[in-house]
Design a protein around this ligand. Structure first.
Ligand code: NAP
Ligand code: GDD
Length: 329
């Protein structure tokens, strides 16, 4: 029997890679997409992966419960992956209410639609290492207490606990993946890795001269999105829903990540980097370092891509994109 999956946030970085993984496994893949004023949907990532014509898209917004109910009724999914969110931490201080509505309450909207229409569907919630915020232990695992530091992280904490609660209250097969930062050539350019690789490629091609960053002393546990979507799928193949930390177990500063990118194109970071105080956040998450032991033991999951390999892949992809654009004029 062909399995059917519904992915909210299918037009985002993780949604696109997850859709590709599920198609490769023979799934019938459906995506929930919100309207945009462009006439179409934000489908450039699905196009980049060459899978746009292989997924079925449905109009649904996390803020509109009736659209979610109708979509789940139409698709009758075996698995629901809730990846949609206002996902940029910096924006969450500018739009805290929207962030709460989508990233927190939106999760309940999806869970209610699952509970009402298809309670035997397995559910994945995209939780975040941002929930650890002001870290309470040097290495963060599933049992480390949370201390969120942004409206985004507070909203994600709600999403995490409502998922746990629906599992315990209604017996849903619901899992929360506490994913540490993961990146790729499909990362939005507002996030620091892609901002860096895009700027490095522009500087190398003579299209820009400087890169402006905020706090380069912050440290993150960075992995590759392609590896992390596999962990999402593995969680839904288990007999019971559960919570899992997905991370590499290595932490690196923004400064070091940036040096890797400049070194790859034989440029010096010091010649181009400008520190911009306006890019510092009202409250910072100084360091994150995940302990993925449970995922390794229970899911058999390990990351495959090193930070160096990933940053080089991202810089190369940005160079290629910019060169293609140049040829097209
Ligand atoms: P992303 O690239 O920002 O994608 C977010 C997706 O959510 C997009 O498809 C976006 O649609 C959709 N969306 C936003 N608001 C919506 C709404 N009201 N209704 C329906 N769809 C909506 O994020 P990502 O990096 O792929 O991350 C996927 C999920 O994992 C997010 O929940 C994020 O918070 C979480 N997460 C990410 C990381 C990470 O490092 N990447 C780590 C931990 C957790 P448009 O294309 O129309 O904007
Ligand atoms: N975006 C950005 N832009 N970040 C910068 C900059 C800059 O110019 N300069 C320094 N940074 C620092 C931020 O202050 C932060 O400490 C770090 O780089 C990483 O920032 P982001 O790449 O924006 O990611 P994030 O860690 O805030 O959030 C991402 O990871 C979370 C998981 O921990 C997002 O993908 C979230 O959705 C996700 O939950």
């Amino acid at each position: 029997m062909t399995k059917r999956a519904l992915v909210t946030g299918i037009t985002g970085q993780d949604g696109a890679y997850l859709a590709q993984l599920l198609l490769d496994k023979g799934y019938d893949v459906h995506g929930a997409v919100r309207r945009s004023s462009h006439g179409g949907v934000a489908d450039h990532r699905l196009k980049w992966l060459g899978i746009l014509d292989r997924v079925k898209l449905h109009d649904a917004d996390l803020l509109d419960p009736s659209s979610l109910l109708r979509t789940i009724a139409a698709v009758q999914p075996d698995e629901v992956y809730n990846l949609a969110a206002q996902s940029f931490v910096a924006t969450s201080w500018q739009q805290p209410i929207l962030t709460s509505q989508v990233t927190a309450l939106g999760v309940t909207n999806v869970l209610e639609a699952v509970r009402t229409i298809k309670p035997d569907a397995r559910f994945y919630q995209a939780s975040s290492s941002e929930m650890y915020g002001l870290i309470q232990h040097p290495e963060q695992s599933e049992t480390t207490p949370f201390y969120p530091r942004s409206p985004y992280a507070v909203a994600k904490l709600y999403g995490h606990w409502i998922t746990v609660n629906y599992r315990e209250s209604f017996g849903l097969h619901a899992s929360s993946g506490i994913l540490f930062n993961h990146e790729s050539p499909l990362r939005g350019t507002e996030f620091v890795t892609r901002k860096v690789t895009d700027a490095v490629a522009r500087i190398k091609l003579g299209l820009a001269r400087e890169l402006r960053l905020g706090n380069i002393d912050a440290k993150r546990d960075w992995g590759h999105a392609r590896d992390y979507v596999e962990a999402m799928w593995l969680m839904l193949q288990q007999d019971q829903g559960d919570d899992y930390v997905i991370a590499t177990g290595r932490t690196t500063s923004v400064r070091e990540m940036c040096e890797i990118a400049f070194r790859h194109v034989e440029l010096s970071m010091e010649d181009h980097l400008v520190i911009d105080p306006d890019l510092f956040r009202p409250a910072e998450v100084d360091v994150l370092l995940g302990d993925p032991s449970k995922a390794r033991e229970k899911l058999g999951w390990t990351p495959k891509t090193s930070l160096e390999e990933m940053i080089r892949e991202m810089v190369d992809a940005d160079l290629e994109r910019l060169r293609d654009r140049g040829h097209r004029g």
